[in-house]
Design a protein around this ligand. Structure first.
Ligand code: FES
Length: 145
């Protein structure tokens, strides 16, 4: 073997060794990480109290009335009484609104629609809104996890 051929083979071998890790890495299996599909919404550290006798909360005395308190939309529905759900769309975080006409929650940004239980009716949102417990005693609504 002449000297020139030897040098060429050594250089080709070195190049192959330098490229091998990248090639081998691309053949490795990527680890599957499941996407968290649990409903999204703020955690409540202490109960949220809403006094329906106060003027600021009077909208909740009407069927179809809604108000956002601490990132939670509270709705007086004609069919389900009071419901409380996360007020931020799970798609990109826009503030959702209650539609008394459709009896659901709608996101004005890209059109996602959620049921009164928080489940997705229409995307692009893929994750449900977190729902909260609402109890009523007289004029006092208490919202808890
Ligand atoms: S932010 Fe609500 S649908 Fe995109």
């Amino acid at each position: 073997m002449d000297r020139r051929l030897l040098i060429q083979r050594v250089l080709m071998g070195t190049t192959a060794l330098l490229l091998a890790p990248g090639i081998l890495t691309s053949c490795e299996k990527t680890e599957f990480k499941p996407v968290d599909q649990s409903p999204k919404g703020p955690d409540i550290k202490t109960d949220i109290i809403i006094d329906l006798s106060l003027g600021d909360n009077s909208v909740l005395n009407n069927n179809g009335g809604s108000k956002i308190v601490s990132g939670i939309i509270v709705v007086n529905t004609a069919s389900s009484g009071f419901v409380a759900l996360a007020a931020s769309c799970t798609h990109e975080g826009a503030q959702i609104n209650f539609s008394s006409k459709s009896n659901n929650l709608q996101c004005p940004s890209h059109g996602s629609v959620f049921s009164l239980t928080g489940s997705v009716i229409t995307g692009p949102a893929a994750i449900a809104l977190k729902s909260y417990k609402v109890s009523r005693s007289g004029n006092i609504l208490t919202i808890t996890e």
